[in-house]
Design a protein around this ligand. Structure first.
Ligand SMILES: NC(=O)c1ccc[n+]([C@@H]2O[C@H](COP(=O)([O-])OP(=O)(O)OC[C@H]3O[C@@H](n4cnc5c(N)ncnc54)[C@H](OP(=O)(O)O)[C@@H]3O)[C@@H](O)[C@H]2O)c1
Length: 240
């Protein structure tokens, strides 16, 4: 059985869950990792309703043993062909009053989790000389905006690590890619946190979940003579 492992899976209208549905549609058995079981089970049910298969596994990506257990469980079910590190929360605040713990937490989720996940996945993929490992980035991966120092540092670190991994493991047959999502995703997160911004941007001012996920599957399906390491996605309206 060919397996996809996707971590950072939350609400149905979020990127993690959408990536799970697309991977299942591509014929992969999906291991969905995230912190909230009810949300993971919702994704499982959605996938099963359309004939796919999914195993929800509660996983905190910052907990080494939990990441190891997830990858071990997935490999016992089949061969991991696609692995996506999608976890990320947007940490921001007044820098002068910021607690060091906030900065550290952003790094744990944004960067350390990516290291733990990639290491476990690559330990399985490298001996087979095949597999795809994709990291989700953001505008912050490339440039720091005011108030977003912790998030920027974390995402930039993840991006830098992905480059290092690509240069080390691509020659061994592993496709390592980093996707810069440059804009607001039209999903639950923004709808719940900033409905006024959703109103202001309108549908066309936000990235659509299915359109982003299709790109990840495209990356996974690229032939090895023409691999992309990094691509950026933004709406036609975005200033950049
Ligand atoms: N939303 C945007 O506009 C936007 C824009 C650019 C880039 N991105 C990036 O896109 C990715 C997905 O964003 P999204 O907004 O669509 O969210 P999503 O994919 O719906 O959910 C991401 C999930 O990551 C989870 N997560 C956070 N910390 C975790 C941890 N320690 N262990 C396991 N899971 C954890 C969150 O869980 P909890 O619900 O428990 O916190 C959340 O459900 C993120 O990497 C984000 O940085 C998002």
């Amino acid at each position: 059985m060919s397996v996809a492992v996707i971590v950072g899976v939350g609400p149905s209208a979020g990127l993690g869950a959408t990536l799970c549905r697309h991977a299942a549609r591509a014929g992969l058995h999906v291991f969905a990792g995230g912190r909230t079981l009810a949300l993971l089970e919702k994704t499982q049910h959605e996938i099963e309703a359309t004939g796919g298969s999914c195993t929800p596994v509660v996983t905190d990506v910052t907990a080494e043993e939990q990441v190891q257990a997830l990858i071990e469980q997935a490999e016992q079910a089949g061969q991991i062909e696609l692995a996506i590190y999608n976890a990320g929360n947007n940490y921001s605040g007044n820098f002068l009053e910021m607690e060091a713990s906030l900065f550290e937490q952003a790094w744990r989720v944004g960067t350390l989790g990516g290291f733990l996940f990639a290491r476990e996945v690559l330990r399985r993929m490298v001996p087979r000389n095949r597999g795809t490992l994709i990291f989700t980035g953001a505008s912050a991966s490339l440039r720091g905006k005011p108030r977003f120092a912790p998030f920027t540092a974390a995402k930039a670190g993840l991006r830098a690590m992905s480059q290092s991994l690509a240069r080390e493991f691509q020659p061994q047959g592993i496709h390592v890619a980093h996707v810069v999502i440059d804009g607001i995703i039209n999903g639950d997160r923004i709808r719940n946190r900033a409905p006024a911004l959703v109103e202001q941007l309108g549908e066309e001012g936000m990235l659509q979940l299915d359109d982003i996920a299709s790109t990840y599957l495209f990356l996974h399906q690229q032939p090895r003579s023409a691999w992309t390491h990094e691509l950026d996605l933004r709406t036609f309206r975005e200033n950049f």
